[in-house]
Ligand binder design. Structure first.
Ligand SMILES: [Zn+2]
Length: 385
């Protein structure tokens, strides 16, 4: 069992690790870090922590051990390009027990006779390049002509530049948000083991083609239906559905074995979108984060939100602040999911819903205040009421 008082080999407590990520992330939220870390506001994992740590002058941090042996331990999964059906591939990035990398995302590839379509560009140069190298084994070196971004977060769009001259498509909201982020995105990538070699020029590339509702490809013998599914994780979520194979690339509507991250989200609508997916004719679900799974894993993620919403509402009605509520709520069997500290911004978003003040943008001030409260409560071990 790991507690706040157990330290990593670098000498940071679990709580300190969480807070370091939190503060670094708030810099991201206010535009300091640029779009390469749009997803990195808090608890996005090892890669974000290392990037943030470097920026703040902190050393890289150690992987976070499992939280509590009383609850189920997460699986471990590896980085691989895996075939799901003829001409249909997922590029899954590694994660799991002992690896605090909840921010590492997945991508997809639909191969055609002469060109291919990719889904999401990943977040760092070496990740994207590794995906492109792996793709060549199945495309035969023929071009990836089009790339669809499922939404605007950096771990899905920061690699866009490496797909050029491919055409890049998204929902209009995604394009708008990436364009907004261009001005604050640094011109280079700091050198980071496994993520960037320090030589890449950084050029955040917005999608140039948009669609509002549905876009259907007939490629490689497959029908691929790109569908708008928001607002949920963001106001511009796109999924890819392959009815012949009952496969859904769900983007960040799905987090498997990881705490879903709602800093830009509309939790109640997200839950409704998930309920709709659970009624679809789908067997295989590719999440934006985590290993490939199915409806069971997606239903579990929704249960996380269901539990959190009920618990948050009780505390909201009792007049408790969001930060205090996040510190007070126990998530039971979800305690070992990667990114447990995301409960703070998830609670902030739910409070914004309850208050009727929810907006598509991150609630930076509300989140900052909640983190301060949450940390001071965790630091002192005080009862929160
Ligand atoms: Zn996201």
């Amino acid at each position: 069992m790991t507690t706040d008082r157990q330290f990593t080999k670098e000498g940071f407590s679990r709580r300190e690790l969480m807070m370091r990520t939190a503060w670094a992330g708030l810099g991201v939220a206010t535009g300091v870090a640029g779009a390469g870390s749009l997803e990195g506001i808090w608890g996005q994992g090892q890669q974000r922590m290392d990037e943030s740590s470097a920026r703040m002058g902190w050393p890289p941090v150690a992987p976070l051990p499992p939280v509590d042996s009383h609850y189920p331990v997460m699986p471990t999964w590896k980085t691989e390009l895996r075939q799901l059906a003829p001409n249909v591939y997922v590029y899954q990035q590694q994660g799991g027990t002992g690896l605090m990398n909840a921010g590492i995302s997945n991508a997809g590839l639909f191969v055609g006779d002469d060109w291919s379509v990719a889904v999401d560009a990943l977040g760092f140069p070496l990740q994207t390049k590794a995906f492109l190298v792996a793709s060549k084994h199945v495309t035969g070196g023929k071009p990836i002509a089009q790339l669809i971004n499922t939404h605007h977060h950096g771990d899905h769009v920061a690699g866009n530049q490496f797909f050029l001259p491919a055409q890049i498509l998204s929902h209009p909201y995604c394009r708008q948000e990436v364009i907004k982020a261009v001005a604050t995105t640094p011109k280079s990538w700091p050198k980071q083991e496994g993520l960037a070699d320090g030589t890449e020029v950084r050029k955040l590339t917005p999608p140039s083609v948009t669609f509002e509702d549905t876009l259907i490809y007939n490629i490689g013998g497959n029908v691929v239906e790109f569908r708008f599914a928001g607002p949920a994780h963001t106001w511009g979520d796109i999924m890819a559905y392959l009815p012949q194979h009952k496969i859904l690339f769900a983007g960040d509507l799905a987090f498997f074995h990881l705490v879903p991250y709602a800093h830009n989200g509309y939790v109640s609508k997200w839950m409704e979108s998930v309920d709709k997916i659970l009624k679809m004719d789908v067997d295989t679900i590719v999440p934006g984060h985590g290993p490939v799974g199915g409806k069971k894993e997606l239903a579990e993620m929704n249960e996380y939100f269901r539990v959190l919403k009920v618990e948050a509402k009780k505390r909201y009605d009792a007049g408790m602040s969001a930060g205090r509520a996040a510190a007070d709520i126990k998530m039971g069997k979800f305690e070992n999911w990667m990114g447990p500290e995301r409960i703070v911004m998830n609670t902030v978003r739910l409070y914004d819903e309850f208050k009727g003040t929810l907006k598509p943008d991150v609630d930076t001030e509300g989140t900052k205040h909640a983190i301060q409260e949450y940390d001071s409560i965790k630091a002192t071990g005080k009862k929160s009421i």
